[in-house]
Structure formats: structure tokens, C-alpha cells
Design a protein around this ligand. Structure first.
Ligand code: ADP
Ligand code: MG
Length: 680
């Protein structure tokens, strides 16, 4: 009897070497192996038509062998075996690379089925490295064949063979889902679902199997999030002093926009409701989200509560530390920044003051919650640029028994489906205008050959006192990707090309925290004219005097990331410019660049990104701190997500033993999975 948690040792034919390869790929138990789903299936029932084939199409054809073919040995063990075929009255060729042993496999004038990839060259059609079978004895050629992601050091046949062994032996697959749910939702039991996925007879089997597994995933996520949400509902944080708010807002260096005003209104309503606030503030880059956080922190402090503000990077934490302190100092509110780079003694002193309640606003990275920061009376947790944070961090706070209000700031538009999962009953406020006086950033896309012209332009800007960002995808040169630009060599190159009277520096994640901070500080104060950096500056850096950004190897960045990067310029009243530089000639890339050149609205760009890349890529689920998703694409499955949410509610309300056991099982695995996720 094979059990889910049994180790691979129990399976015959999996020796130490193969076990090691499997373990490296994260497959340590029978259950892991069963959960190693096929990446795709080959369906050789899909026949092409010779009148209409396109490059790289994978198709089956039925063709007649014209002659037994010719083997060309090129050198060493390189060879090409080419067999002329007649396919629907068209002459084409089957071409096999490095498979000389196939010579003599074909009979003239016989019919064969071929399945492979089409290559076209000036009207010549080739089907490359096809699988084939005699048309008289097709055998199992037309059965669906699962294709698994390749595992290093493991022959491709091992996974299917081992799985087949498991299913022919006695195999026990646990399935705690109560029968009433299974039957009302018409779901397969787990063992049948896994069998259907690994050994489908027909495409519908795969669909049925996947339906069950997706259902599990959607239900688990909904239950995990709901469990957190159910714990914290009623707030005992008493906010009732609102009189000091207007004077504080009046003391700010600018008037709030109408959108910012309305977010403040939403927040006040939340705080008056007696419920725990759980609000997402969504606003495009530069729309002024930080000041909302400052105002919220001020309100908390005036009511005697502390605010923790979590930034995604240390650089940003330090920058916010300065901004907050600036804006809050007249109100007499104390601000401290806690980061990993503090000296032990400094840090201890700050934390002591936090614990005593002598600090009102504590700013830091996620270390803030991972470490044992003792708060005096935490009233509000604000998370900046939420796409870097996730459920895990929030549930960590909840697990510590705290019930602070929460506010999440994000520039990344989140599709409704995903928001539903991530936030359950979270409410959203939008800032949908930019502060007055902003000039739209002029954006251009150029080839590298034009770099010298762009640099000339940049020097002109710098001569007027403006500053410049130059962004590269990498820190150092990569052996594999020679054409992709890196900060180190670009920095050296620009030192040569830019007039030495302009001061330059290079910033990336591998520098020591103090060095990073010193560079940012110097840049902030205008002591550096041109900063060469990685996308480390993507999130939140706010230096209004920067008027130009050059993004090198721009094709390496996603659309939303480019938009975020570009958002680092145009934050003051100067006309700003962004140059996307790429040597790529790919139509896709140029189309993506065009989206950035032509659009300024983050929501529109996100939509386009979605269309071009698909949602899976757009949202790194890992970054959200969600359990790794196998099959569920939560941005696509609104119906399933809503339905499983309803069922999750039923499960939470039920008092039947079976339902309660199931609830316990699911939540346990949810917490184990999210505990496994590391931060980037
Ligand atoms: P983001 O929404 O990207 O976090 P920030 O909060 O960093 O944007 O704000 C961008 C810039 O706009 C900052 O320099 C900030 O001081 C300024 N700002 C914010 N609100 C206003 C406003 N109402 N009027 C003028 N400038 C503002
Ligand atoms: Mg920001």
C-alpha cells in the first residue's frame, strides 16, 4: 500500500540517484510526485492542413513516403536525416536532427502519421523531429500524452513510468472533502482526479481532473483568508479626536487634491465605524499616496496610538522616514526608522522607546513585523506598495494577537478577481488624479545607436540643474546575456562619455545599506547629477528635481514595471523625459514599448500588460505571499472563486464533525504553505 506521505524510497525503480534529482526539484514524497502535474498534453488528434500551416505549429499529418530518405552527416555526431513526403498533394520533408539510427525506418509509398513542429522557408514546408507511426498500425499514437516539465538529471520517461507504477500498485490518496460538497459540486474524488490528470483517455478527463484540483486551491485560499478576516472584526482602538486633523492638513505645503480628500473621508468613516479598518488605497505613481499615510499617522498620534509603516525596501523606508519627520515635526509627532542596517545599540534604544510609547510613527521594512518589535499601543499598520507584500505579513500580525487598523497603498491596479481573493472584504479607495501642475512625461523609444544623442540631451538638462536616472536590468555583466546592459559597465562607459563636471554614482541592491543610503541622500540633496541604477529605484523614490530617465535594455522590463520606473520622473514642475532604449527588433517588444510611449494611465498599461503577457506573469503570486498555485489562475476564474467563497462560509458555519475536521485540515495546510514562502 502506497501512501501520500510515503517517501520516494518506497517506490521500486527509484534509486538514490534519481531520488536525489527528484528531491532537488522539490519532489520528496509520493504526494509530491502525484502533485507534479503535466505542463501540457500532446494531442495528436489535431491535424493540420497543407493549405494553411504556420511556423512552429505543432500538428499531425498523414503523409506518403516518397523515398527512404537521405542521411547527411555534418561533423562529429551532428546529422540530418531528411525524408521526402507527399502530404495532401504537396511535397514536404520530415527532418530528423541527430537521429541517424532512423535511417531505414521508412518504406517507400507507405502511409505514416507524423506529429511535430512545422518550419517554413520560402514556401518549403518541413516537419521537424516528428514522432511517427505507420498508418496501418497507429497503436496508442492518438491517445493524449502528458508532457512534464523537465527535471535536471532525470530522463524524461521516469516521471510517467513511476506514476504509472503508483497507480497500478495499491495507492491511497487522502481526501477529506466531505461527500456533500463533492456531490453538490459534482467533483471527482482526489484519486480519480489525479489519475485523470496523469493518465487521461480523452481531453474531457483532464478538464474534470483539473476542475477538482482548482477547486481545492480556490477553496483553500478563500478559507485561509477568511479565517484571518474572521478573527479581526471589531476594533477596540478608540479614535474620537478629529479636531486636530484640519489644522494639520492646512499646515501641509500644498492643498490636497479632491481624490486625496475623499480617501481621507473614507478613512475617517472606517475609523468611526467601530470595525477594524482594512482599506486599500489605489493610486497611480505620483498621485500622492504618501501624504495620506502621513495624515493617517497624525490622526493616530493625536489619539494616542502608534502607526507602523512598512516599506518594501530599506531605501524607501529611509526616504519615507525623512518625509514623515518633515511633515510631522510641527505637529510634535515623533518618527523613527527601524532597518536592518542600524547598529545594534541604536536599534535597541529605538525599540525601547517604541515599547514605552515614546515614538508615534515607526517606519521600516518587513523586518518590522518579522522581528519582535514590541509596540506600546499599535493602532494602524500601513503597507506601502502592497504588491510586494501579501497575505502572509498581514496574517503574521494577526497571529501575534494584534488587531490594528490596516491601510495598503498600491500603484498596481489589481483585477477584481484577485482583489477578491487577496482581501476578502477589503474596501478600496481610488486616487484618480495627479496633483496640479504636473506636466505629462514625454516618452520616446530609441535604438542604442542613438544613445549619444540622448546623452547630449541629458547633459543639456543637467546644465540647467536637473538630475538624471539611468536604469539597467542587471548589476553586472552576464555571460549568457551579453546584449543586456548592466549598471557596472554602463557606469564606467558613461564616466567616459559624459562631461566630467557632472557628478555620477552607481546604485544597486548589492551595496551595503549605509552606502545605498549615502548615495540616495546625496542624490536627494542634488550632490549627484546622474545616477546609474537597477530597478531598485522602481518603488517609490521621490526626487522632484529629476527630469530625465534613460532605461537601457528596456525590453527586459515588464510594462507595469516600466510605468513604475518612469513614475520616478515628472514629480516636480519641470517638463520631464523618459527614453526607452532597446536594440530589440521583435515586433512584440516594439509593441510593448509603444504602449508605454502612448499611455500615461497606469490602469490602461496594466490592462495592456495583461493582454500581452497573461495574468500569471503579471502577478508574481509568490510576491503576494500566497500559497504557490498549481493550476488555478485566480484572475480568470471569478465564478469558481465566488463559489468556493460561498462554500468556505458554509464550512465555517457548520458544526458537523466532518466539516470541522475538513476545515482544520485545509487551514493547517494553508498555514504550512504560506510559512514556506520567502521574501524577495
Ligand atoms: P505616490 O502616490 O507615487 O506614492 P507620492 O506620495 O510620493 O506619490 O507623491 C508624489 C509627489 O507629489 C511628492 O513629491 C509629494 O510631495 C507631491 N504631492 C502629493 N500630494 C500633492 C498635492 N496635493 N499637491 C502637490 N503635490 C503633491
Ligand atoms: Mg509611494
Amino acid at each position: 500500500m502506497m501512501k501520500w506521505e510515503d517517501s520516494l524510497e518506497k517506490i521500486k525503480g527509484v534509486g538514490p540517484k534519481r531520488r536525489e534529482a527528484l528531491e532537488k526539484a522539490g519532489i520528496k514524497s509520493v504526494g509530491d510526485l502525484l502533485s507534479y502535474y503535466p505542463r501540457r498534453y500532446i494531442d495528436r488528434n489535431v491535424f493540420g492542413s497543407s493549405a494553411q500551416v504556420y511556423e512552429d505549429q505543432e500538428i499531425s499529418i498523414k503523409a506518403t513516403i516518397l523515398d527512404r530518405g537521405r542521411l547527411n552527416r555534418i561533423r562529429g555526431n551532428l546529422s540530418i536525416f531528411s525524408v521526402p513526403l507527399l502530404w495532401e498533394e504537396k511535397k514536404i520533408a520530415a527532418v530528423f536532427f541527430n537521429q541517424p539510427y532512423l535511417k531505414g525506418s521508412f518504406q517507400e509509398n507507405q502511409d505514416y502519421y507524423f506529429y511535430g513542429k512545422v518550419k517554413k522557408n520560402h514556401g518549403d514546408i518541413k516537419i521537424t523531429n516528428p514522432q511517427f507511426v505507420s498508418a496501418n498500425h497507429p497503436g496508442n499514437f492518438f491517445e493524449l500524452t502528458p508532457v512534464y516539465r523537465k527535471i535536471q538529471g532525470l530522463p524524461g520517461s521516469v516521471i510517467p513510468k513511476t506514476l504509472s507504477q503508483l497507480f497500478t500498485a495499491e495507492l491511497e490518496v487522502p481526501d477529506a472533502m466531505p461527500a456533500e460538497i463533492r456531490s453538490s459540486e459534482k467533483l471527482l474524488d482526489m484519486k480519480s482526479a489525479l489519475k485523470a490528470i496523469h493518465f487521461p483517455k480523452k481531453p474531457e478527463d483532464v478538464v474534470r481532473g483539473i476542475d477538482r484540483l482548482k477547486f481545492n486551491e480556490a477553496l483553500k485560499i478563500n478559507m485561509g483568508i477568511m479565517a484571518g478576516a474572521r478573527e479581526k472584526r471589531y476594533s477596540d482602538i478608540d479614535i474620537n479626536l478629529f479636531a486636530g486633523l484640519e489644522p494639520f492638513i492646512g499646515s501641509l505645503p500644498y492643498d490636497l487634491t479632491a481624490s486625496q480628500r475623499s480617501v481621507i473621508g473614507d478613512m475617517i468613516a472606517d475609523l468611526k465605524s467601530g470595525q477594524v479598518m482594512n482599506r486599500l488605497v489605489q493610486g497611480d505613481v505620483g498621485s500622492g499616496k504618501t501624504v495620506i499615510a502621513v495624515i493617517a499617522a497624525c490622526l493616530m498620534a493625536q489619539n494616542g496610538y502608534q502607526t507602523a509603516y512598512m516599506a518594501p525596501t530599506e531605501i524607501l523606508a529611509m526616504q519615507h522616514g525623512r518625509n514623515f519627520a518633515d511633515l510631522l515635526k510641527n505637529a510634535g509627532i515623533t518618527v523613527e526608522v527601524v532597518t536592518g542596517s542600524l547598529k545594534a545599540k541604536e536599534k535597541r534604544e529605538i525599540l525601547e522607546r517604541v515599547a514605552k510609547g515614546a515614538v508615534s510613527v515607526i517606519i521600516g521594512t518587513h523586518a518590522l513585523i518579522q522581528q519582535s518589535v514590541e509596540y506600546y499601543n499599535l493602532g494602524l499598520v500601513i503597507t506601502d506598495e502592497q504588491h510586494r507584500f501579501g497575505v502572509k505579513q498581514r496574517s503574521q500580525l494577526a497571529l501575534k494577537g494584534r488587531k490594528p487598523h490596516t491601510m495598503v497603498m498600491s500603484a498596481t491596479p489589481i483585477p477584481r478577481t484577485l482583489a477578491l481573493i487577496l482581501y476578502g472584504d477589503l474596501s478600496v479607495s481610488y486616487i484618480d488624479e495627479l496633483p496640479k501642475g504636473r506636466k505629462p512625461i514625454k516618452t520616446y523609444c530609441y535604438n542604442e545607436a542613438s544613445l549619444y544623442k540622448i546623452l547630449g540631451f541629458v547633459e543639456e538638462q543637467m546644465s540647467k540643474g536637473r538630475q538624471t536616472f539611468v536604469i539597467c536590468p542587471f548589476i553586472e555583466a552576464s555571460d549568457e546575456l551579453l546584449e543586456v546592459r548592466d549598471t557596472e559597465s554602463v557606469y564606467l562607459e558613461l564616466l567616459q562619455k559624459i562631461d566630467p563636471k557632472y557628478r555620477m554614482a552607481c546604485l544597486h541592491g548589492r551595496l551595503k545599506s549605509e552606502t545605498k543610503e549615502a548615495i540616495i541622500q546625496a542624490f536627494n540633496q542634488g550632490q549627484i547629477d546622474c545616477l546609474v541604477a537597477t530597478s531598485i529605484i522602481e518603488v517609490g523614490i521621490d526626487v522632484p528635481n529629476v527630469s530625465t530617465m534613460i532605461i537601457l535594455s528596456a525590453e527586459r522590463f515588464g510594462l507595469s514595471q516600466l510605468h513604475q520606473l518612469r513614475g520616478r520622473v515628472g514629480r516636480g514642475n519641470h517638463q520631464s523625459f523618459c527614453f526607452l532604449v532597446t536594440n530589440s527588433k521583435s515586433e512584440d517588444t516594439l509593441a510593448r514599448m509603444k504602449v508605454i510611449v502612448n499611455n500615461r494611465d497606469g490602469r490602461k498599461i496594466a490592462d495592456e500588460d495583461f493582454k500581452l503577457r497573461g495574468p500569471g506573469d503579471y502577478f508574481g503570486f509568490k510576491q503576494h505571499g500566497l500559497p504557490k498555485l498549481g493550476l488555478l489562475d485566480p484572475t480568470q476564474e471569478l465564478v469558481l472563486i465566488k463559489r468556493t467563497k460561498e462554500i468556505a462560509e458554509v464550512i465555517f458555519e457548520s458544526t458537523s464533525q466532518e466539516m470541522m475536521t475538513f476545515q482544520h485540515d485545509v487551514l493547517k495546510s494553508f498555514y504550512i504553505e504560506i510559512a514556506d514562502i520567502s521574501f524577495n
